[in-house]
Structure formats: C-alpha cells, structure tokens
Design a protein around this ligand. Structure first.
Ligand code: SF4
Length: 976
C-alpha cells in the first residue's frame, strides 16, 4: 500500500469513528486496522471468536486498564475480560497511556502467561525443614502477619531498628514502601540499583543535580545511544518508539555497542569499542567541538560553573570566560581521535565522522547511557558524565529534541501521609567507605554481614533474587543459610526464585494485573501519572460488587503489597503507642485501617493538578477516572525550567553568595509539583537555596550546589577525588593494562528483548522465543582456541569458572566475549518455574562450591496443555555465580565486566558446570574495599555524605554526622 493510500484510509477511518461520537486511535501502524477500541465502548467491546471460525460468534469483553510490571517502563495495558467466563482473555496496549501510547513489547501481552502460570505460588508458605532444604507447608496470612509484626515491634522497641531490612529489586511504584519504612522509623531500605544503574545516575547527578536523563528522541536531529536501546534499554518501549519516530523524521542514529545488537543494526554510525574506552571517545568528540569552536558558547558561559572552577582550581588566572575557554582547550587537547582510536580499537577517521555528526545537532541532540558501559567498568560513572558533556557543550538541555533532567518529565504526587525522616543511619546499607555512592551497597550485604558489621532480624526480599541476579551468589547462600546473620528471611514474590529457596516465609504477591501502584517515568517531554490496578477488582466493581481486599479477586490467596504493608503496620502498632498507626489509619473512618481505595482516592483528588476537573467533565470522580483509563497526562512540553525567572515573593532578600546563588527562608517554587526543591545546605540562618543569578536575572537553575551545570564538581574535590572532579577518562578495571595477556573481557550485562531477570521466567511465550545464553565469540578467537558453534568452553573468572556453549559470530569484537545475563535459572527441588529452571545439584565443602546440572527442562503435565508441548531443554548457564563483587570506589556500582580466560572445555566439564571458591570472593571484596576513600578520613565537614546528594529514604539531617563515641548518632534514637 502506498503512503498516500494508507493516509487516506486513516482519515476515512477517523471520520467514520468520530461520526459515531467515538475516540479514534490511529495506532502504531498507518493502517486503520491497527487502531484500538474506542474508549466509549470499553464497557462492552465485541470481537469475533477466532476459534469459532467460520462461524461469526461474538465475544463480549469489558476492557480494564492496568500497567505492565515486566520492566521499569510501566507501559499501559488493557485487560480484555470475557464477560461470559469472567476471565482475562488477553492483554493489549492501552491507547490512553501517554508514555506507551498503546504499544508494548512482547513482555506486555505475556502478562497473560504469568497470571495463568501453573507453577506460580498461590498461598503463603512457611519453611518446615532447614533453610534451603526445600520443605514447605502452607500457612495463613494471619499467622505470618502476627509473627512478623511481633518481631518487628520488638526490634523497634528494643532499638534494634538496623536489623530490619527491606530489599527491593524493581520497585514499580513511587515511594509507597519507603513511606511505610519511614513510618516505622527505620532506615531499612535497600535497593538493587548498585547492580543496575547507579553509575550512570552518579554521572548525571554530578552534572545537573538530578540522576536520570529524559531524552526527547522523537524531535532530535542526532540520537546518540550508548546501549542496545531499541531492544532493551531503559524505558525501552516508550523510548524505542520515539527513537524510530526521530529516525523516520530524518534524525541520525549513533550507537556505541561492542556487540552487533539489533539496535546497532539500525544505526547510521555503529561504533564497537573495546569495552571501557567509551569515555575516551566521548572526550575526543568533546575536544573536537571545543578546539573547533563548535559548541554553544553562550550556553556554556551562562550555565556552566566555570567561575567556581577557576576560583577553586586556577586562582592564577583572572576569572573571565575567555580564560576558561582557553583552559578548556588545554584540558582536553590530549583527547585526539588518534588517542581515542588507540584506546578503543576503532579507526580514528570513523570517530571523527561521529564527532562531525554530533556537531550538526545544534540543540537537538538526544543522548542516553544507562547501564551498558557505565555499569560494566570501574569509573563507568564518567561515561555518563562525558556523554552529558556533549549536551552541555551544545546547549542541548531541556530544549526540543535534547535531554531533560528526569524530575522535570515525571510527576510524583503528594501522598495522604508523609512520615518524617528516620532518626538513624544504617551502616549496613550505607557504609562509611562509600560516602559518594549513588545507592545502597546492596550487593555487598553478605560481606558486610560476614565482616561482623551487623546482623538482620527480619530481612524482606521483594521482586528481588540476589542469589541469582547479583554477583557472588554463593556468598549470598552462605549468608542466608546462617541464622545468626539473618534471623528471618521473608521472600515477597509471585514466583519461585533461587533466593526464595533460602527463605523462612514465601509470600505470594500479585502480578502486574493483580495489584495497585502509581508511577511516572521520564519517557518524553511530558508529565504523566500511571495507575496499576487489579483488573478483576475494577471489572467486578463495574458490575456493582464491593471488593475490599484483593485476595477476593486474585487467584488462591495472592495478595497485593499495598494492603499487606498497611495491615502489617497496623499490627505492629495496634494501640498507636509507637507512632506508626497514625500513618495507616483512615481519615474518613478514624479507628479503622486506611484502605487502598481511600489512599488513592486522596491522592487523585488532592494532588494531581487537572485530574479532578478532567474526571468531572466525564461525570466521574478522580479515582473512577483512573480506574477507567489507567493514566493521566498532567503537562506536555515542560521545557527549560532552569530558565524560569524566580518570582520576587520567593526571595526573602537579595543576598547572594559569590557565585550568584540565591537563598530563601521559605521556598515556594512557582510549579511545586514540577520543580524539585534542591536539598542544598541551608546557610547559617537556615535559609535554603532557591536559584541563581544569571546575568542579573534570578533564574531557577539546577538543583546542584552551585545552581549551575557542574562541569567541575566541588563535591568530588572536597571529598578526596580532586583528580576526577571534571569529566575525565578513567581506565577501567578491564583495560588491557589491567589484565594479563591471556585474559579477555567478558560482557555479561546485555539483555534480550523478550526476557527480564527473574520476572519473565513464568511466561511461556517468551520462554519459547528466548531461553538460552551461549557465549558470543568471534571466529578468529574461536579458531585460536579450537572451538566451533555449540562446542563447550570453560570461562574462568577471578573466583571460579562456568562451562557454556560457544556461539561463533562476527557480531562481536575479536578479543571480547559476551553472554546474556537473563538465563541460567535453576532449582534444587521440585518447586520452581519448570519451563525455565534446570534442576541442579549444589556441592559444598567449606568455601568451595559447585553447581552441576542434573537435567534441563522438559514437557510436563499441568493445568496448561501447552506445558506438554515444551520442546526446549537448554535454559542457559548461571554465569553471575562466578563473578566476585567489584564496587566502584566512587559510585558504589558493581562493575560487571569480567577479565576472563576462555578455553576449550576440559574433558570432565559438562554444560552448566559452575565452580567457585568464596574465600577468593572475600579476597576480591577486600581488594576493592581498599580502593575507597572513606568518610572518616575524607569528609570535609564531619558528615557521612554530602546532604545535597540524592538518597532513597533520607535520614534526619543530624544523622548525617559521623558518629563519635559519645555522639547520639552512634546509635539510633526515636521519640516515642
Ligand atoms: S517495555 Fe515491555 S516489558 Fe516494559 S513495561 Fe513496556 S510492555 Fe512491559
């Protein structure tokens, strides 16, 4: 069909639909058949039953929106609930969702497989054998709640609050559980972020005070990705569709990826660098822009903190912009294309072409780096910093087609209750060796426990599988099986996972369509709020039923977390004496527990601008509106908020510091829901930073200590990292000079588009498409070690080895190997995801561990006839078990790339074999710990961490002080 013809069909379809008074959604395709059901017919949507063909048998559906929970993008879904059976027939995209616009990746519709998975956990389970022995008995929610409430209450009353920890993988919500922990008065939040994205976050935060980029790909002239973003990046589907839109509109696409990913195949410029050299290339591009005066001089003059840089580092020169420009040229002149070519193994002329392409972007340069090179390498946080430097040079920040600070493209509504900051500091999650870490040192937990620094009384893991996902899984098993270190482990999970085998309780939590959450992410230059909801509750309420508890509509006794946490908190403090109950009590019915309906009703009625009006226009209450449509767009085209002039009433007086920072005692931003208040130190009179003087006008600026974009990070300089205080290239731990001659780099971080960590292993459609993870190896490398595709290779790390099949491909650099981290799931007992978990045997003698595969997956009888059709047996190899911890001394990020020796497997090796010595893991942990610059010796002001830096669940200000022997901060305190 020609473009003209398809456009004609679209407009004809639009006219026809709108003539019926219905909403027309053009859909992802130009052909009207790809459009979505008009929202006016969501109560009774009719489709023909394909299985009844050639009969025209109608099926009637009620369509209920919810949000996908299979990655962090939070795309909208529509559940098609068959009115005759009362069951979900399928999930498709929700066209009312501003981020995903009705489009999903394969994992979205596969939510159907997850809710019907015959192997899912349906009832609360209690361990009855030894930990890890695999013996379970069904228990009741009441028993679990009473046991946990009692333990937690005792820990609070006995001031052992550091012994309670909630360790979350994918939150999928905006702050609900953090507020529960704050209500308990504990600093017990632990995250997965330091094995995921903290390195990039660090780089972005150092520049702009906010830790994530929000690229406007659709309107860019040049799109620059350091990742496989089109198949698996952060905010994958919402971004990928906008990258393609940008390309369709003529944007050039630059991709850095050592592998020939599907994203690389779409690039105009594909650069395959030696892993770890990315920052060297980025600085060569920056140098090209600087030496040739191709940067946005006026933007740099107005918004970079160059005056602060000169005053701190170059007192010998007059603080003029011209002198700064001269210094800039000198600082980066050594980053030639030849230098970058040598470091990266890429032809310098190709790098020059890329630089020229970047220089054509003007302010329409959208860039993104998230995991990838940042997460692979020590010093990886400088990759994000050097990439963002290109935006900062071009003035491509918060302009159309550029990159926005995430908080400006995201909306976090005020909740019904805001408990105060906890009055304690948890050293188990925020050890003093890492004062500048972006997030909790979560993956060091077993080592910190073994060090004797702490023990845990109640440890929750939630959507988190550290035994499998984290590096050094055997050290996790050692810690989790030691009841002196972990008193009670509670796994909150919808599915079996390797970590749940070492739990005392396994509690079945709702999947994406069985729970409530709200979320908002920086998918483009807009602000939206999405609402995840249990679809069967919404459907039955449409029929007039009253549903008070999600267990009434979920399978078995599957519960949702909101209700679980509210009830647990209620039982911890039944009489209100601990001060907890007040945060989970109904306002409408004092004396009763807050319900989930009231919680969201309050938010939607009171803190989402425009929602009550929009709902009223349709004769709905705000909660009804969100239940009906699943998402609401608050603002579009947010623009350059840093240029906003501060209204005079926000500024108490005209006093400014030497760099033009403006303070106020009572900050009242013009857009309180849009501009995050910077948490910069108040001045001695208690006034807070609110903006910055730019050429005589007081502007909102950025939430950095200087109010400007921080080319120079005084924070880094003050805390002992002066040599890296400006964007620089740090040679990675896998730089050739840091490896032996017979070692190669293993890239272990890449995702497959159809799988995601633990969560997708119970989705049969996805499992059929992608279920194994052979080692990518170049033909020249394969020839050198004498292997071909399908042969076994042994990959030796610092602490052990794994045995895997080779896949010989030219889609990888000759000296590098790669293995996807989504595979290699295992179980030691019958219980588990039988479609994706091999059955294995664990060997253990002292610190020596082994894992051998006993059998792969096979067809089996279940409530789903498709499980008899399973044709695959290979589910990959669990490589992460063989990786030691590599905490970056600045960001705290685990640096994933491994220096490995790859050889043909030995005669006794079998597929899937793993061997590890956890003594070696300890030695590597200690080696990396010794690289840190701890707060005790490097804090400039006696605190543990710069207060302005982001931190989930910030403790009260006084607990930032390093504890002395007689200091109250040495322990915790709480006013009861
Ligand atoms: S990108 Fe895919 S997995 Fe992620 S939220 Fe969207 S549909 Fe779900």
């Amino acid at each position: 069909m020609t473009l003209e013809k398809s456009k004609h069909r679209v407009s004809a379809a639009r006219e026809e639909t709108e003539a019926r008074g219905e909403t027309f959604y053009p859909g992802a395709s130009r052909i009207h058949l790809a459009a979505y059901p008009p929202k006016e017919r969501w109560d009774d949507w009719v489709e023909l039953d394909p299985q009844a063909w050639p009969q025209r048998k109608e099926r009637h559906y009620t369509l209920v929106p919810t949000t996908c929970f299979n990655c962090e993008s939070a795309c909208g879904l529509l559940a098609y609930i068959d009115k005759a059976t009362g069951e979900v027939q399928k999930f498709e995209g929700n066209p009312e969702h501003p981020g995903s616009r009705g489009r999903n990746c394969a994992k979205g519709p596969a939510t159907l497989n997850q809710i019907t998975d015959p192997d899912r956990i349906l009832y609360p389970l209690k361990r009855v054998g030894k930990r890890g022995e695999g013996k379970w008995a069904q228990t009741s929610w009441d028993e679990v709640l009473d046991e946990l409430a009692g333990r937690i209450r005792n820990a609070i009353v006995e001031d052992r609050r550091q012994e309670i920890m909630y360790h979350v993988g994918r939150p999928g919500e905006d702050g609900f559980t953090e507020r529960i922990l704050a209500a308990w008065g504990i600093d017990g939040h632990n995250s997965h972020t330091n094995i995921c994205s903290s390195s990039s976050r660090e780089g972005y935060q150092l520049w702009m005070g906010l830790d994530r980029p929000s690229p406007d790909h659709a309107n860019a002239k040049v799109i620059f990705l350091i990742s496989a973003h089109l198949e698996s990046g952060h905010y994958f589907n919402p971004h990928a569709q906008r990258v393609i839109e940008g390309k369709t509109n003529g944007a050039k696409l630059i991709v850095f990826d050592t592998r020939l990913s599907n994203t690389a195949t779409h690039a105009d410029h594909w650069v395959s660098p030696i892993p770890g050299s990315e920052a060297a290339i980025l600085l060569a591009i920056a140098n090209y822009l600087i030496q040739n005066n191709l940067y946005n001089r006026e933007f740099v003059r107005r918004w970079w903190n160059w005056e602060e840089y000169l005053s701190m580092e170059h007192r010998e020169v007059d603080p003029t912009f011209e002198n700064f420009e001269q210094l800039l040229k000198e600082l980066y002149q050594s980053y030639s294309f030849e230098f970058a070519g040598k470091e990266s193994g890429v032809d310098p002329s190709m790098l020059e072409e890329v630089a020229k392409c970047v220089s054509t972007a003007g302010t329409r340069l959208s860039t993104h780096n998230w995991r990838s090179a940042s997460s692979g390498n020590s010093g990886g946080w400088q990759v994000a910093r050097c990439l963002f430097m290109l935006n900062a040079l071009m003035g491509a920040i918060a302009t159309e087609g550029s990159v926005f600070p995430n908080a400006w493209n995201k909306f976090v509504p005020k909740p019904i209750y805001t408990p105060p900051h906890p009055k304690m500091w948890n050293e188990t999650t925020w050890p003093r060796e890492y004062p500048l870490s972006m997030n909790e040192l979560s993956f060091l937990l077993p080592h910190l426990l073994k060090d004797g620094r702490a023990k845990l009384d109640v440890y929750f893991t939630r959507v988190y599988n550290p035994v499998w996902t984290n590096p050094d899984g055997f050290s996790w098993i050692e810690a989790l099986t030691n009841e002196d270190l972990v008193g009670c482990h509670v796994a909150l999970t919808p599915v079996w996972n390797e970590t749940s085998y070492f739990a005392d309780y396994i509690l079945p939590m709702g999947l994406g369509s069985e729970r409530h959450d709200i979320h908002s992410y920086e998918t483009h230059d807009s602000q939206w709020l999405g609402f995840r909801q249990p679809v069967m509750k919404a459907a039955r309420e449409r029929l007039g039923e009253e549903i008070c508890d999600t267990r009434e509509v979920n399978p078995g006794e599957v519960w949702e977390e909101n209700e679980f946490w509210l009830e647990l908190s209620w039982r911890i403090d039944p009489d209100g004496q601990l001060g907890i109950r007040q945060y989970v009590e109904s306002r409408k019915n004092p004396g009763e527990r807050l319900s989930v309906d009231e919680y969201y009703e309050w938010i939607f009625e009171n803190s989402v601008p425009g929602l009550p009006q929009k709902a009223a226009a349709e004769g709905l209450k705000p909660l009804e509106y969100m239940r009906r449509y699943g998402a609401f767009e608050i603002a579009t085209k947010v623009g350059a908020l840093y240029e906003e002039t501060i209204p005079p009433e926000e500024i108490e007086d005209g006093r400014q510091d030497q760099f033009g920072r403006v303070y106020t005692a009572t900050p009242k931003p013009a857009s309180p829901n849009i501009v995050p208040l910077p948490t910069i130190d108040p001045d001695p009179e208690g006034r807070r930073f609110v903006g910055v003087n730019i050429d005589g006008t007081l502007k909102r600026g950025f939430p950095t200590p200087s109010g400007r974009l921080e080319f120079f990070s005084r924070t880094l300089a003050d805390w002992g990292w002066q040599e890296v205080a400006i964007p620089t290239y740090i040679r990675s731990h896998v730089h050739p000079e840091n490896m032996a001659a017979d070692q190669s780099v293993l890239i272990s971080t890449f995702r497959l588009a159809m799988q995601i960590h633990t969560r997708s292993s119970n989705a049969k459609w996805l499992n059929e498409i992608a279920h194994t993870n052979p080692l990518w190896i170049h033909p020249s490398f394969a020839k050198r070690i004498g292997v071909g595709t399908g042969d076994l290779v042994r990959v030796e790390t610092e602490i052990g080895y794994f045995v895997v099949h080779a896949w010989v491909t030219e889609g990888i650099r000759p000296e590098v190997v790669a293995c996807s981290h989504h595979m290699g799931r295992w179980k030691t007992h019958e219980q588990g995801a039988r479609q994706m978990m091999a059955t294995v045997k664990l060997d253990h003698q002292n610190t020596k561990w082994g894992l051998q595969r006993e059998k792969g997956v096979e067809a089996y009888q279940s409530s789903d006839p498709d499980t008899l059709r399973i044709w695959w047996s290979d589910v990959g190899v669990h490589q992460n078990l063989t990786f030691p911890v590599h905490p970056d001394p600045v960001s705290g990020m685990h640096c994933w790339h491994q220096a490995v020796r790859v050889n043909k497997a030995e005669a006794e090796d079998k597929y899937g074999d793993i061997s590890v010595d956890t003594n070696k893991s300890r030695a590597v942990y200690q080696k990396w710990l010794a690289m840190t610059r701890p707060a005790d010796t490097h804090s400039p002001d006696g605190t543990r961490r710069p207060y302005w830096m982001l931190r989930p669940l910030k403790p009260a200000r006084e607990f930032y002080r390093l504890a002395g022997e007689n200091d109250p901060a040495a322990s915790s305190s709480r006013d009861f």
